[in-house]
Structures are given as C-alpha cells and as structure tokens.
Ligand binder design. Structure first.
Ligand code: NAD
Length: 295
C-alpha cells in the first residue's frame, strides 16, 4: 500500500493523515470544507513543530511529512489512485452510508475501505457497497499521533486477508492493533461509555461533585483523566450518540443515557469544544462549574 485517502479533516482526520504521512505514505486528505482542510494542515504543522522541538524528528522530516499530504474538496480526485481509504467524517449514520456508496463507485476496485467510526455498525456500512469483504473498522484513538491503540473491527463479511493487511499496516504506523468483532460500541466504547454514564449518574444523584468523582477515579484507579473530564474531552454530544447506539443495538435499558447528559447536550454544553461541559474552558484553563448546574 502506498496511496492513502483520509475522508474528513477534523480532529481525527488530521491525526490520521499525520501518522500515515510521517511513514512516507502518499496521503490525500479530503473534506467538503476548504476551511477544515486549511485548519488541518495548520494543526499537523504545529504538532510536527512540537516533535521537532522535542528532537523526536528533524526539520527535514517535518518538511517531507507535509510534502506527503495533498488536500482535496473533490472526493473523485481524492480517491482516484487510493489503495486504502480511511473515512473519518462526522459520526452520522446516513452521512457514512452516503460516503461509502460514493467511495465504492469512485475508488479503485481493489482498494480497502476503512472507517474510523466510534460506534456505527461496520456490517451496516459494508452492506451499501459492492465490496463488503473489503470494508473494515480502523478505530484510532484521540490524539492519533500519541495514542498507541488501533481497534481493528471485522464486519460480518470482512475477509481474513483484509483484516491481516490492516493489522500489519497499523504496526507499520507504530501502533498496536487489537482485532475485535462488530457489535455495538465494539470493545473500547462498550466499556468506556457505561463508565462515563455512571459517573454522570453519580453527579446527577448528588453522590459526589465533579472534582470528587474525577479524583476518585484518577487516584483510585490510576486513570490519567477522570471520567467527567474525559467526557468533556471526547464531546458530550459524541458520548450521548454512542450511548444511544448501545441502547438501540442491545435493546437493554442499562445503556440509557443519564438525563443530565441529555439536558447538557440540549443546552449546548458539549465540553471543551463548546467552552463548557462538566468544567469551564472559557479562560483557557479547566475550572469548576457551579454545582447547582448539575442538579
Ligand atoms: P470532526 O467533527 O472533528 O470532523 C469531521 C469532519 O468531517 C469535518 O471537518 C467535516 O467537514 C467533515 N465532513 C463532513 N461531511 C463530509 C463529507 N461528506 N466528505 C468529507 N468530509 C466531510 O469529527 P471527529 O471528532 O474527527 O470524528 C470523526 C470520526 O472519528 C467519527 O466517526 C467519530 O466517531 C470518530 N472518532 C472520534 C474520536 C474523538 O475523540 N473525537 C475518537 C475516535 C473516533
């Protein structure tokens, strides 16, 4: 594999483009928004600068990495010579189905089509293509250049060859791939999201405050970040949509999102990206929000 296309240049897409370009793959980064593409290149450049400062790469490596990336707003041009497409567009099932139909028509017949979805069924996405055996989940973690794990998700029809290919490719990127099957939330979010939801319930039922809940989990369980801070980092809207996928997929009320989470998303309190969630980020720092907001 030499030519990689990344669809979506947001938080995850720019990180995925970064790690492939660092290993000298030719990367085509595609987004519907020119602004998102410009922002992605700036973010990659800034992250590479940080690596140069830490003497992990040279200035020449940075120049080469950026030279390995081209940007497109036209999907047809972006996927024309692709060996592998990694889709990292917005987490919306109808959007993903539309993109996969398009990619199936436009990408070379032997190209593998991967998705970075956090929760949407790989089998469902594969079913809208004429190559379900070549469709697979390649779930990177945020921030992509830092986090080692790639959850590799086999859909119902994904072939052994394609799975092995993606496992090996992930190792080439310096990552540790773990193969899992296609059930709601896969492994990462099936375990993480109920924990975050339970932390929100503990707050909602006044068992403890934000800082107390996060401190218990940080110091007691050696988690680098408490579950409420992590929810802010992921995005409360993203947490809510994954919990709904778990609830619908298993038909089990134990996954029902906490009413406080639903209220916060409705009120536009989405965590870091909106400036406030369980903490406030309005002044560039992480500050506690008044406790009565969580009643
Ligand atoms: P994001 O909102 O930061 O970026 C999404 C990008 O997709 C935007 O730039 C948008 O313009 C673009 N887009 C929308 N429609 C498009 C189209 N038709 N063609 C091309 N680009 C299009 O989202 P994100 O956080 O980077 O998430 C992307 C995917 O990665 C989602 O499936 C999400 O579930 C998954 N994911 C996110 C995280 C996380 O922590 N944010 C972690 C793991 C996986």
């Amino acid at each position: 594999m030499k030519n990689i296309t990344v669809i979506g240049a947001g938080t995850m897409g720019n990180g995925i483009a970064h790690v492939f370009a660092m290993k000298n793959f030719n990367v085509s980064l595609v987004d519907i928004s020119e602004t998102a593409l410009e922002k992605a290149i700036k973010t990659i450049s800034r992250n590479l600068d940080r690596m140069v400062q830490k003497e992990r790469i040279t200035e020449a490596d940075k120049t080469q990495t950026l030279a390995n990336i081209t940007t497109h707003t036209d999907m047809e041009k972006g996927v024309a010579n692709s060996d592998l497409v990694v889709e990292a567009a917005t987490e919306n099932v109808d959007l993903k189905l539309k993109i996969f139909k398009q990619m199936d028509e436009l990408a070379p017949a032997n190209a593998i089509l991967a998705t970075n979805t956090s929760s949407i069924s790989i089998t469902k996405i594969a079913a809208v293509t004429n190559r379900p055996e070549k469709v697979i989940g390649m779930h990177f973690m945020n921030p992509v250049p830092v986090m080692k794990l790639v959850e590799v998700i086999r859909g119902y029809a994904t072939s052994d060859d394609v799975t092995n290919n993606i496992m090996e490719l992930s190792k080439t990127l310096g990552k540790v791939p773990v193969e899992v099957n296609d059930y709601p939330g896969f492994v990462a979010n099936r375990i993480l999201m109920p924990m975050i939801n339970e932390a929100i319930y503990s707050l909602y039922e006044s068992v403890a405050g934000v800082s107390e809940i996060d401190t218990v989990m940080k110091l007691g369980m050696a988690h680098p970040m408490g579950p409420l801070q992590l929810a802010d980092f992921i995005g409360l809207d993203v947490c809510l949509s994954i919990l709904k996928v778990l609830q619908d997929g298993f038909g089990n009320p134990k996954y029902a999102p906490c009413p406080l989470l639903v209220n916060m998303v409705t009120a536009g309190k989405l965590g870091r990206k909106s400036g406030e969630g369980f903490y406030s980020y309005a002044h560039g720092t992480k500050e506690l929000v008044v406790a009565s907001n969580f009643a």
